[in-house]
Design a protein around this ligand. Structure first.
Ligand code: NOJ
Length: 714
């Protein structure tokens, strides 16, 4: 039985095992079940009879905000033991769980991690999450989510990396490396990591009106150039699985589209892992009315390229009869099953199917992981306004820390948290007390408006913590109004009128409209949902122990009516970008963020101003910290393809680098622009580089003004 021989390469073991399996056993490898108290005995019987592909460890289809602790280890091991010891071939079960931004140690929401513009921090966060989750028995996470989102009404904007395909691609690959590590030449991954899942393939973030699950219409041009690049990068990084999305795109169900799942994903990108549906998204083909019944849904989704069905039962009810009828081939079944088995071998599940007890991670968050989460949270915070009030002096005597999020624990964690513990999460009040024990911290109960104002009036400095709850974003939580939730705008204005130096700290999962509020305060710090140690990170930034360096991964609109507003819009014919009643530009652009120091970016140099297609040009600038404190700048490189066959964005991010500079220190930062950066998907979806003139801008946000140009010749 060579499939049991761990010394053989994964591919050989898969081939051997497939020869031993019945059709039913293969089909059950393509099913992910959800065990409840009601179906537990039935599932056990089924596992004995046919084995089982996977088990999802979730409380419901809306797992994010449900806070279900990890399934008990005994339970995981008991069900696994049935698969390993009581099923004919002993194939272990793959345990899948939504480990989205940390496991036991909660990291900031992915959008906040994107704001670090630091792929190494992203990789570290996902590595730590993988190690904690694996130690707790998880083999596979449904992350990273890499849906480009241009609409902050959509609650799932929190789970992705923002509006930009280049930033999204860099973050997606970093997350994949963090989760999976590198496999060896025989196809095995490191035993302390988990399988990643690139989701939701594809265009799910373009839901009409920002309403989750809604229809999306995206031209092929925009799909390929904006929405697909993070997936392409994830495939290049070796992602082991991809999740097909819930919605319908351009008239097809995303989970029933051969064009998306086979032609592009496998054919063009060369993806060789397996595709899992989203929860019930095969069954949803019936609701989209592209399938008449379950049998039809199974046929369409399977033929399109969905290998494993999450929770709904179309495959296990109908694949056998579809094969018998010749509508699905034996080869297709073997291919799909082989891909799932390959993941199980790669993860070492045949050798190590069980969770070890006792599990230290479940008992305590490792201190170094909490430290990493705190560091990443601080790196992702974005200073949007500062008239010089920040950083606060630790000599300040009386600091009011008030507002609905001053004393909040759960909202610090964010909306996709299954295993982080609320009661271990510090509040901002606690963190401010710890950071400045000599100051008097004035607080007031959230509901008591007058007491909040009295605390503000009695303080030397006011920290006003506002924002939105974790329950207001994430899956199925879309909003039509992008202002702070009810009552908070009034609170900000009322506190502003008191006239004390005031810092607005905003905890949020999405951009919100601050246009009429920023005049009421002296500084605004965007803290996102910053994770287990996020309140400490906010205090680190407020007191200047850490100089903020995060930048916005998504534009912040002036008003909801500007949506969609993103920096990489196409050029228009006749200007027309302003509204009659508002400028067309967002309040804060993509890539924007302030620091407690200042930076000069100057002296743009090009290694050549003319070169052949296929060659690379180096473009560089001098960056100097011209202020009094050490700090981080994120140097950004944008290009414009001046004339092309298809309309192109006014500018596109093609490089970024986060650098730390001491006061007065200066460094040259260089970017290489080669075929990958200069090509695009042109007519008929062809990846091509069109010779001609390109402009390049370097600077510290998407309005970068330092300009150069070069010509690419055929
Ligand atoms: C539905 C969500 O869309 C998906 O992102 C998640 O991974 C699954 N539920 C499983 O919980």
């Amino acid at each position: 039985m060579s499939y049991r021989n761990a010394a053989l390469p994964v591919a050989e073991r898969v081939a051997d095992l497939l020869t031993r399996m019945t059709i039913d056993e293969k089909i059950f490898q393509l099913f992910q079940t959800f065990i409840t108290d009601e179906n537990r005995e039935e599932v056990k019987q089924q596992i004995r009879a046919t084995g089982l592909g996977s088990r999802i460890l979730a409380a419901s289809n809306l797992a994010g905000n449900m806070m279900l602790r990890m399934a008990e280890l005994d339970d995981l091991n008991e069900i696994q033991r049935i698969a390993v010891e009581e099923s004919r071939l002993g194939i272990p079960i793959l345990h899948g769980r939504d480990v989205i931004h940390g496991h036991r140690t909660v990291f900031p929401i992915p959008l906040a991690m994107a704001a670090t513009f630091d792929p190494a921090a992203m990789e570290e966060a996902f590595r730590i999450a993988a190690q904690e989750a694996r130690a707790a028995g998880v083999h596979w996470s449904f992350a990273p989510m890499m849906d480009i989102a241009r609409d902050p009404r959509w609650g799932r904007i929190i789970e992705g990396f923002g509006e930009d395909p280049y930033l999204g691609a860099r973050m997606a690959e970093a997350a994949v490396y963090g989760f999976q590590g590198d496999h060896n030449e025989d196809g095995y991954w490191p035993s302390d990591r988990i399988l990643a899942c690139a989701k939701h393939y594809v265009g799910y973030g373009a839901a009409e009106g920002g309403r989750d699950y809604n229809t999306a219409e995206i031209s092929d041009h925009t799909l390929r150039n904006i929405y697909l690049p993070p997936f392409k990068a994830a495939v290049r990084a070796g992602v082991g699985s991809v999740m097909s999305a819930f919605h319908d795109l351009n008239g097809e169900s995303a989970s029933g589209s051969r064009y998306l799942l086979t032609d592009i994903l496998r054919g063009e990108f060369g993806f060789d892992g397996f595709v899992v549906s989203d929860w019930g998204s095969v069954d949803d083909l019936i609701h989209h009315r592209v399938a008449a019944d379950e049998r039809d849904a199974a046929r369409i989704a399977f033929d399109a390229g969905v290998d494993m069905e999450m929770v709904s039962l179309c495959y296990i009810h109908h694949l056998a009869e579809l094969i018998q009828a010749g509508e699905i081939s034996h080869q297709q079944l073997d291919d799909a099953c082989g891909r799932v088995l390959a993941a199980k071998f790669s993860l070492g599940l045949f050798e190590n199917p069980y969770v070890e007890r006792p599990n230290p991670v479940n008992l305590q968050m490792p201190a170094e992981n909490l430290q990493a989460s705190r560091r990443t949270a601080a790196r992702g915070m974005v200073l949007l306004e500062n008239n010089g009030l920040l950083p606060l002096s630790k000599e300040t005597r009386r600091i009011a820390v008030i507002g609905p999020y001053a004393d909040q624990r759960r909202a610090m964690l964010g909306s996709w948290v299954n295993d982080g513990l609320t009661d271990e999460t510090a509040t901002l009040v606690e963190a401010m007390c710890a950071a400045c024990p000599q100051a008097e911290i004035l607080t007031a109960p959230i509901g008591l408006y007058d007491e909040m104002l009295m605390a503000a009036a009695g303080a030397d400095v006011v920290i006003l913590a506002v924002g939105e709850s974790n329950a207001r974003n994430g899956e199925n939580n879309h909003v039509a109004v992008l202002h702070l939730p009810a009552g908070q705008d009034e609170l900000v204005r009322a506190v502003g009128k008191i006239g004390k130096p005031t810092v607005l700290v905003v905890f949020s999962g999405r951009p919100l409209v601050l246009t009429d509020l920023v005049g009421s305060v002296d500084a605004v710090l965007w803290a996102w949902h910053p994770g287990s140690a996020g309140a400490y990170a906010a205090a680190d930034v407020l007191f200047g122990d850490i100089n903020p360096g995060g930048k916005l991964p998504v534009s912040f609109p002036r008003a909801g009516g500007q949506i969609p507003v993103h920096y990489n819009a196409n050029s228009t014919g006749k200007g027309g970008s302003d509204y009659l009643d508002l400028p067309g530009k967002p309040l804060y652009p993509f890539g924007f963020g302030l620091s407690y120091t200042t930076f000069e970016i100057s002296d743009l140099r090009l290694s050549q101003d003319q070169f052949k297609a296929g060659e690379t040009v180096n473009v560089s600038v001098q960056v100097q910290n011209s202020g009094q404190r050490a700090g981080d700048e994120i140097v950004q490189c944008y290009i414009q393809d001046c004339v092309s066959h298809l309309t192109r964005p006014v500018r596109e991010l093609k490089g970024f680098r986060r650098v730390t500079l001491q006061p007065g220190e200066s460094r040259r930062v260089e970017f290489a622009l080669g075929p990958d950066e200069l090509s695009y998907y042109g007519p008929s979806g062809k990846w091509l580089l069109e010779p001609g003139v390109f402009k390049v801008w370097l600077g510290n946000d998407s309005r970068a003004a330092l300009e150069g140009s070069f010509t690419v010749t055929p």
